[in-house]
Design a protein around this ligand. Structure first.
Ligand SMILES: NC(=O)c1ccc[n+]([C@@H]2O[C@H](COP(=O)([O-])OP(=O)(O)OC[C@H]3O[C@@H](n4cnc5c(N)ncnc54)[C@H](OP(=O)(O)O)[C@@H]3O)[C@@H](O)[C@H]2O)c1
Length: 319
């Protein structure tokens, strides 16, 4: 018995066409400080807007923005007990590395439930090489069995990690993970031939974070502009690698032209690719400014064709 719907269409109805990323409330990703991210009131407005836009899931994590993201989502959620929004959080990253020890996962889940008001979907945020899945997954599994959370997932997993998690869950008779949240976009396609086939075969819902590759696919940096302080790109782990790769940036320029030809912004085209992907239930998107909603509207409105899909695959082949 699974809680997450089994078909792509049903998953998109259950989770929404986009998941709201809140790693930009009170800072950016794990960084905080003056000028970084949205203020509390801007964060609350962002969530209200996402609800009005038809979003169904609010994504956060214990490690985001020094706890500001969970705190602000909690303020919003506790004030809207009947919103019907799904609250999704994660644990596993610490300042000293991954930690999915069962005691810590249990403690962090309690902390997130207290802060957020409730947690519907809970993720192991990373793989912990020092804690076998046979030790960490029972905490997630019993949280589902006791009704504390509805389902759980794995984030930042490669194929071997995913396979070993499923093997451990089955061997121990645990509730299985039902969701994946990995970095996936037109320029980060490492999961195409590894994690996605397993997710399909095992019936796991796949969600994609960093759908714009930290803004690189948003047409902002392809003409030599450098990421300004406070931008998502300025904190993105792979920004320098992307910007320092002339071959990739040439393809991003060609992508920008293709978007213009289709009458949409680059962000709109990058999000449309994921919104029409045969296996992605929903991209997780952070929207830091009013103008950025346009990309989401374009993604949902663009007439998708096999030709367009093929042209994008040619520009950015499956890894
Ligand atoms: N599981 C994980 O390990 C993990 C890791 C990273 C993120 N996430 C989740 O995924 C969410 C999104 O990740 P991300 O921030 O890395 O996503 P992203 O899609 O790579 O970048 C989002 C950023 O792109 C810019 N943007 C968004 N819409 C735009 C538009 N229409 N036009 C131009 N720029 C646009 C904004 O940057 P500016 O603020 O610079 O304008 C925004 O913060 C996070 O908030 C978090 O919830 C999860």
């Amino acid at each position: 018995m699974t809680w997450i719907a089994s078909t792509l269409t049903e998953r998109r109805a259950q989770l929404g066409r986009f998941v709201l990323g809140t790693g930009i409330i009170g800072g950016v990703a794990t960084q905080t400080g003056p000028g970084l991210g949205l203020s509390d009131s801007e964060g609350i407005d962002l969530i209200d807007r996402a609800v009005a836009e038809g979003f169904r899931v609010i994504d956060t994590a214990d490690v985001y923005t020094g706890g500001n993201s969970e705190r602000v989502v909690g303020v919003w959620n506790k004030a809207q007990p009947d919103s019907g929004m799904l609250i999704q959080s994660k644990t596993g990253f610490t300042s000293s590395g991954p930690d999915l020890s069962p005691e810590r996962v249990a403690r962090q889940l309690q902390h997130s439930v207290d802060t957020l008001g409730r947690v519907d979907l809970y993720f192991a945020h990373t793989v912990d090489p020092n804690t076998p899945w046979s030790e960490s997954l029972p905490v997630f599994s019993s949280a589902v069995e006791s009704g504390r959370i509805r389902a759980y997932g794995l984030s930042n997993v490669d194929r071997p990690a995913l396979e070993s998690a499923l093997e451990a869950a089955d061997r121990l008779g645990l509730v299985r993970p039902e969701l994946i949240q990995n970095s996936y976009s037109l320029i980060v396609r490492g999961d195409d031939l590894s994690v996605l086939p397993i997710a399909r075969a095992e019936g796991l819902a796949y969600t994609a974070y960093s759908p714009l590759a930290n803004g690189i696919l948003a047409g902002r940096y392809s003409r030599g502009e450098q990421p300004e302080k406070g931008s998502r790109a300025s904190t993105g782990r792979r920004t320098d690698e992307f910007l320092g790769d002339p071959g990739l940036m040439k393809r991003v320029e060609a992508f920008d032209r293709l978007a213009a030809e289709q009458g949409v912004t680059p962000a709109g085209l990058a999000l449309a690719w994921l919104a029409n992907h045969p296996q992605v239930a929903a991209p997780v998107i952070g929207v830091s400014k009013e103008s950025q909603w346009q990309g989401i509207h374009e993604a949902l409105g663009l007439q998708w064709t096999p030709e367009l899909s093929a042209r994008l695959d040619e520009l950015f082949p499956a890894a």
